[in-house]
Design a protein around this ligand. Structure first.
Ligand code: DC
Length: 229
């Protein structure tokens, strides 16, 4: 069966990564979480005094890009890949509200995008990959054989993110999460480089009223249609 590139783009917290990870596991493809890479750069910046006093020292970050090495290592316990920063497993640390609060401005920096997009292109060179992000179908792999654009109502997305945060023991409110979701939507769709936008040939999926099972089934069907064509 031919190997393809699957691009899942869309708004934050609309379940793209769950869909992408599950599909990758089901069909034996490699999953690449492009958002985790922007989160890793953000965590590095927070830890190394690049983000401090409410600002990003962009010159220092640009100089530091060569010292930031991101990789994914399959975790047999979860059946999914974990994100590593310079050899350290940072999967948990990059999912906090603090990182979420800084990641969009970091992801808007053109030298950050250039560096990560080039790594992402390399990671998907051999095909057989599922990538989720904002610019996969428009910038990283404009020739991807299957492109999905995922969306859901902001309130639904905020509730999903809140449930996740509370389950992890974080103390956040619905209003805080909703504000973060809306701020990120705005920054992600209006930035100059690689803004979030639907590729002309992407299929739209609004999953506001769908269960995870329904989404999985729908996605597998889209995949089967492309590979059996
Ligand atoms: O998918 P996520 O929430 O983990 O993404 C984190 C942030 O990274 C999000 O605010 C937008 C940014 N991002 C991006 O600019 N380009 C991508 N390909 C993936 C994520």
């Amino acid at each position: 069966m031919k190997k393809i590139v699957i691009a899942l783009d869309g708004y934050s917290s609309c379940g793209k990564s769950t869909m992408a990870k599950d599909l990758a596991r089901q069909i034996g493809y490699t999953y690449i979480d492009t958002g985790a890479m922007y989160r890793a750069v953000t965590l590095y910046s927070m830890r190394n005094g690049i983000i401090k006093n409410g600002t990003i020292d962009t010159e220092k970050l640009e100089r530091s890009m060569k010292d930031i090495h991101i990789s994914f290592v399959f975790n047999p316990e979860t059946g999914r890949p974990d994100t590593y920063l310079n050899g350290e497993n940072i999967e948990k640390e990059i999912r906090t509200m603090e990182v979420a609060g800084w990641v969009s401005p970091v992801a808007a920096l053109s030298f950050v995008r250039k560096a990560l997009v080039s790594q992402q292109k390399q990671m998907g060179e051999t095909k057989g990959v599922v990538l989720d992000g904002r610019d996969v179908g428009t910038v990283i792999f404009p020739d991807a054989e299957l492109k999905i654009f995922v969306t859901a109502k902001p309130e639904v997305r905020a509730q999903r993110r809140l449930d996740e945060s509370l389950a992890k023991g974080e103390s956040v409110t619905f209003e805080e999460v909703l504000r973060n979701v809306q701020e990120r939507d705005l920054l992600d769709t209006t930035r100059k480089e690689g803004p979030l936008k639907k590729a002309d040939d992407a299929i739209v999926l609004d999953n506001s009223d769908m269960s995870i099972e329904e989404q999985k089934e729908w996605l597998l069907e889209q995949f089967n249609q492309v590979v059996t064509k």
